[in-house]
Design a protein around this ligand. Structure first.
Ligand code: G3P
Ligand code: MG
Length: 359
């Protein structure tokens, strides 16, 4: 497999290809590896030390966990050392909004630890929707009927500990849907409140605070046999309700696949991973060494034609799409609207195909 690296006399290598793996429906279903994914990934690594034969990363629209923690979880589940830089989640692009909202009071929601995700990116004044809602008595009129409990205040991060006055008076400057919301009813209610142009408690009319979604998947493959509603389904629900009760339609910005910038960003990260693998040193984005490297082919292995394959098709050269039958897509024939370059049964077959094609 070393032949996949075309090494010069020095330590400098040229790898002509890299791979982006979707996670849900390709690598995992829920917490379970599928399609022989651990063995497929091991073929791309020298050993557990993290040295790579082939540069690869995970390009998922999922999230809710900081990349550093997700890398540890993925390493444990797959038996392959995964670095944080190899994990690109839907919300990873929120980093690009840091200049705009670094010190602003912002709300983050979704499964996992949305406020921790945002604070690790550098946002300094973030509060989870759970914590935000807990400051307002009766904000959720059906809370008493819910059998689950939200986190106790003692678990709140220090930077999100605000007085009731601060929270009531401080207008939320932006809302971030970091991952799949857990309590859709409560989140729709509270987001309709805080995104109203008059604010939660009916103040002066202003613009709607900006709203950002980490992804827009209508459905995705989780542990249940058929697809589950994703973050895009939540957007439709929120938008439908908001637009019925407010005069101005909801405005929002959606990140994640299939946006072409996600694929451009993945390409840049793969170049740094390539440089790291070859030189054993982290290369800074501004270093010419990695930024000048160009891949002949980048493979996107996904299970969702409307997200993974559409994204690779829109991104164009050097992306090459491989569709697996382990998730959202199950048909024999290629997808009619967004046909992949190749259709295979599993991720292991996809890696076989790539290594054969590149040998
Ligand atoms: O919530 C996860 C889902 O939106 C899709 O994840 O890995 O298939 O992009 P993935
Ligand atoms: Mg998927």
């Amino acid at each position: 497999l070393l032949s996949f690296w075309n090494c010069h006399s020095s330590s400098r290598c040229t790898s002509s290809f890299g791979i982006a793996f979707d996670i849900d429906g390709v690598i995992l279903r829920g917490q379970n590896p599928i399609g022989n994914s651990p063995a497929a990934l091991k073929r791309l690594c020298h050993d557990y030390s993290g040295n790579l034969k082939i540069p690869f990363l995970f390009l998922t629209n999922g999230g809710g966990t900081p990349e550093s923690r997700r890398a540890i979880e993925m390493s444990q589940l797959l038996g392959v050392k995964i670095l944080p830089s190899q994990v690109v989640q839907g919300h990873s692009s929120f980093r690009s909004l840091l200049n705009r909202f670094e010190n602003d009071f912002i709300v983050a929601t979704g499964k996992g630890e949305p406020e921790l995700v945002m604070s690790e990116y550098g946002f300094r004044n973030v509060i989870s929707l759970d914590d935000y809602a807990s400051y307002f008595d009766n904000i959720d009129p059906v809370a008493q009927y819910k059998s689950w409990k939200v986190r106790q205040e003692s678990n709140m991060l220090p930077f999100s500990m605000k007085s009731i006055q601060d929270v009531s008076l401080d207008r939320v400057k932006a809302a971030f849907i970091v991952s799949d919301p857990v309590d859709w009813g409560r989140d729709i209610q509270v987001l309709c409140d805080i995104l109203s142009s008059r604010g939660l408690l009916g103040g002066e009319e202003e613009h709607q605070p900006p709203l950002f979604f980490a992804a827009d998947d209508l459905q995705y493959q989780a542990a249940f046999p058929s697809e589950r509603l994703g973050i895009g389904a939540f957007r439709i629900a929120l938008e439908s309700v908001f637009n019925r009760i407010h005069d101005k339609p909801l405005e929002c910005t959606v990140f994640g696949k299939p946006n072409p910038f996600v694929f451009r960003n993945a390409e840049a990260i793969l170049r740094h991973i390539w440089a790291f693998s070859c030189h054993g040193n982290a290369i800074r984005p501004e270093d010419e060494d990695s930024s000048s490297h160009s891949f002949k082919t980048l493979y996107m292995i996904g299970d969702n034609p409307l997200v993974d394959i559409k994204g690779a098709l829109q991104a164009g050269h050097p992306w090459f799409s491989i569709l697996t039958r382990t998730g959202v897509f199950r048909q024999t024939e290629n997808h009619p609207e967004y046909p992949a370059d190749v259709v295979v049964d599993t991720v292991a077959e996809a890696v076989d195909f790539i290594l054969e094609r590149e040998s």
